[in-house]
Write a protein that binds this ligand. Structure first.
Ligand SMILES: *Cc1c(COP(=O)(O)O)cnc(C)c1O
Length: 417
């Protein structure tokens, strides 16, 4: 019935490692390299405006970027836990991304800026793309954007990136939050003047409702996490930035020095876009692995079965529930699955109880705080165990910066199960 038989362990809610048999097969590429470069150029056009609105981005001149840090102490801790990969181990610290505090700052903020540029060019607020984009912060421009609405369905972090950037530009913003969203994320958004609509159901329901409400309003724009090219391209620009960061540390990626990247996965957009960019920039020398919760492995399921978004985790008896709120998605993005089905090397699923173990280990060894969702990536590391000693491994930390102190304290002091 399915392209590959579904592992029994997956149905049972146990952990699996799955190597993608389609990886490396030839096939059409949905996006041209020029489209990724175009997205990067757009982010650079907006950089002076970002710097003005968010002074925290001044050190990077208005580019929203995070450090790439080697984590030798965490490597030792992992070794003691029995997790060992040959080569150097790095952390891509999107947990510390300015403005939105998670990887969603890449795709989510990019899509808000793209729509803003489209509106501004069509309505004479910008003459052309050479204009000074800081003009878009004038009272007149803000009043103009105030007549438009931004809406999004979210498990939390996408809503924060869209809500924070939309509110900063003057839009009316509504975030449709699934039941999994953490209370502090809703509170933070309301503080910023964003309307938060709450749903009893899961992520798909929040998206569906938000999409419907937005379609009924001609002045409303919906950021559709299940089906967005712009989000995807925004995430893909991460690879261009990473290439520069590796060069700055004198690290070459080639046949003798392969790159292994491990990324937590929800609906698929962030890891999919990043992996797509990696393969375009580093070719076959980049190996990309996704990590998902055992109860919400929607991308792994979509890829194994070949059914993509035509199957949900509930269809195989899983709950879709996880404490990794950013990954609590039962049905993947079809657009993303099509784009990456021959690019992703494999997927690993992880039980919730392991997340605080990795979370605390990183805090204690390196002093870096990450959300439970972020911690999932460490569990995919063993998929790179056959790498050569010359390999570079990057665990993609996807969220953490905006987690309030009291929640951090609770998460870091909870007893491991
Ligand atoms: C959203 C999110 C992810 C995964 O991104 P998707 O686009 O949903 O696959 C990973 N980590 C964190 C912290 C997130 O918020």
């Amino acid at each position: 019935m399915y392209a590959t038989p579904l592992p029994d362990a997956m149905r049972a809610g146990d952990e699996i490692c799955w190597v993608n048999p389609l990886c490396g097969e030839p096939g059409p590429l949905p996006y041209a390299d020029a489209e990724i470069l175009d997205a990067e150029a757009r982010l650079r056009r907006f950089a002076p405006l970002i710097k003005l609105l968010f002074p925290e981005t001044a050190p990077e001149n208005g580019l929203i970027e995070s450090p790439l840090s080697e984590i030798p102490a965490m490597r030792q801790t992992l070794q003691a836990m029995g997790v060992n990969v040959p080569g150097r181990l790095f952390l891509k610290r999107d947990c510390d991304l300015p403005v939105a505090g998670s990887v969603k700052a890449r795709g989510g903020i990019y899509e808000v800026l793209k729509h803003t540029e489209d509106l501004a060019l069509a309505n004479g607020l910008l003459q052309d793309t050479e204009d000074d984009y800081r003009g878009l912060t004038s009272p007149e421009a803000r009043a103009f954007f105030g007549r438009y609405k931004m809406q999004v369905g979210s498990t939390g972090n996408l809503g924060m990136s869209i809500g924070i950037m939309s509110a900063a530009l003057g839009y009316e913003a509504t975030v449709h939050m699934s039941a999994d969203a953490k209370a502090w994320k809703k509170a933070l958004l309301r503080e910023k003047g964003v309307t938060v609509a709450e749903y009893d159901g899961d992520y798909a329901k929040a998206v569906e409702n938000g999409r419907k409400l937005s379609e009924a309003d001609p002045n409303s724009y919906f950021v559709d996490d299940e089906n967005s090219k712009e989000l995807f391209l925004g995430y893909a620009t991460a690879a261009l930035r990473l290439k520069d960061q590796l060069s700055a540390q004198n690290i070459r990626i080639d046949a003798a020095h392969p790159l292994y990247v491990y990324i937590p996965c929800g609906v698929g957009g962030a890891p999919g876009g990043i992996a797509y960019g990696m393969k375009r920039v580093f070719g076959e020398h980049a190996h990309c692995f996704f990590a998902e919760p055992t109860q919400a492995p929607c991308v792994t399921l979509g890829l194994i079965t070949g059914l993509h978004n035509r199957i949900s985790v509930q269809d195989i008896g899983l709950t879709g529930k996880t404490n990794a709120d950013g990954l609590a998605v039962g049905r993947c993005s079809g657009l993303v699955c099509r784009a990456i089905e021959r690019l992703v090397n494999g997927c690993a699923t992880v039980k919730d109880e392991r997340l605080p173990v990795y979370q605390k280990a990183l805090w204690q060894s390196e002093g870096v705080f990450i959300e439970p969702s972020s911690a999932a990536a460490f569990h995919a590391l063993p998929m790179g165990k056959d790498a050569p000693e010359s390999a570079v491994h990057i665990v993609w930390a996807t969220g953490g910066r905006l987690v309030p102190d009291d929640i951090r304290t609770i998460e870091l002091n909870m007893k491991n199960e």
